[in-house]
Design a protein around this ligand. Sequence first.
Ligand code: BES
Ligand code: MN
Ligand code: ZN
Length: 496
Amino acid sequence: MDFEIKFASPEKQRGACVVVGVFESRKKTDTAKVIDQTSDGYIKTILSRGDMDGKPNTTLLLHDVPGMQCKRVLLVGLGKEKEFGDKAFLTATQAVFNAFQKTGVTDAAIFLTDIPVLERDVNWKIKQTVLLAGSSDYQFDQLKSKPEERKYGLRKLILGISNRADLAAGKQALQQGQAIAKGMSLTKDLGNLAPNICTPTYLAKQAKDMAKEHKLKATVLGRKEMEKLGMGSLLSVAQGSDQPAKLIVLEYQGQAKKEKPVVLVGKGVTFDTGGISLKPSPDMDEMKYDMSGAASVLGTMLAVAEMKLPINLVVIVPATENMPSGCATKPGDVVTSMSGQTIEVLNTDAEGRLILCDALTYAERFKPKAVIDVATLTGACVIALGHVATGLISNDDKLSQELLNAGKQAADQAWQLPLWDDYQDLLKSNFADMANIGGRAAGTITAGCFLSRFTKEYRWAHLDIAGTAWKSGKEKGSTGRPVPLLSQFLIEQAEV
Ligand code: BES
Ligand code: MN
Ligand code: ZN
């Protein structure tokens, strides 16, 4: 989709559709007032008929409005003016894209970005609009024999702003929004792909292709190299699978080499059967999404490269399947991690932490400014936070605050859980330095505690995206989260 930011008046817009907002109790926005004047009170008449009351999530499509140069005007309900904050803005903008899906509108000029949103500037509105447009535009039909008919044909979107001074900054917001949308789209594709296609080898190939296109450094380690490094924990997960495991590393340099990088580590279990601790069959197909952490850090890398951010960034993806087989790890097996610490594998379904711990030790060699791992780590996180917030655990208060703020700013929120020593006791093992599970209670926290034993050398945060990375049910599919959060965090890193 093409975008353009324009300092423009609605009544002069040609083209297929102009979008304007109406507040609840039919209070017109400035743009709606202009159109009302141009059309000699037409909007007022329509509103007084009661077909559009300005309630959230409502739209009304008008054709051939008198005096207007465009073919259609789409009225969109904004809710109460006093409550017009993040959620109301996002709901209204989403309603616009939903409405377009049912029409033949190919180009539109949207005048929502100039309506004041509590505590948000025009750049925020532009970025969010572009992200929602990108999400509406997203379709995954690679695996259908014939591509599906395009449900929705919007090809060009003009973002109308009312202040010429906002133009320059707005352009940067637009560019960032497009880069993040592109990253999200890659993340979604990787997540949605079938697990017989999206294998560790496939992820490695995608990373190498991205490296070529964006001048990144790519390194892919296979089993032999990982053995040499002593990654016994990661390899213990891989040993039950016929698909070779990979450790994928991408390095982006947007700053002097001596500047410390941020390192993102993404869980890349391309299919999680649970291993010998086999999962139940219902919905097991959804465990193809167990590489969503990997997909999100690769998507974020793409966004950062597109934005050409002046930061150094390293992405590490431990990638493997978790399968039961004659050579699979058994409950009770003791493995030695790259850090030298031994682990009693009491449950082979707690495999995410087993691959992450070795990747986190590997991250030390980059002398990172901060390390953030992203993983669909625990079902317990879905119980705790549902599908709204990503779980956050960190050993550094400043870092966790920065991530929480970035999530708020990006409308991709996280919520922090405690990393207290009291929880560490739950990981005691009679036979090794630690067990890989801590029982049912506080499952997300004990998983974080496990990881924290491998992250003592640097500032670290963990994002559990088990509830936020994909949607189940009728609209099953990857959400692209937390690419917006991570991208926003990195944009802010570039600014300090
Ligand atoms: N990939 C799963 C976590 C998961 C489950 C994410 C359901 C989203 C939905 C992870 O590998 C896993 O199986 N975790 C176990 C840990 C337990 C054995 C301590 C879990 O959450 O049940
Ligand atoms: Mn598992
Ligand atoms: Zn898993």
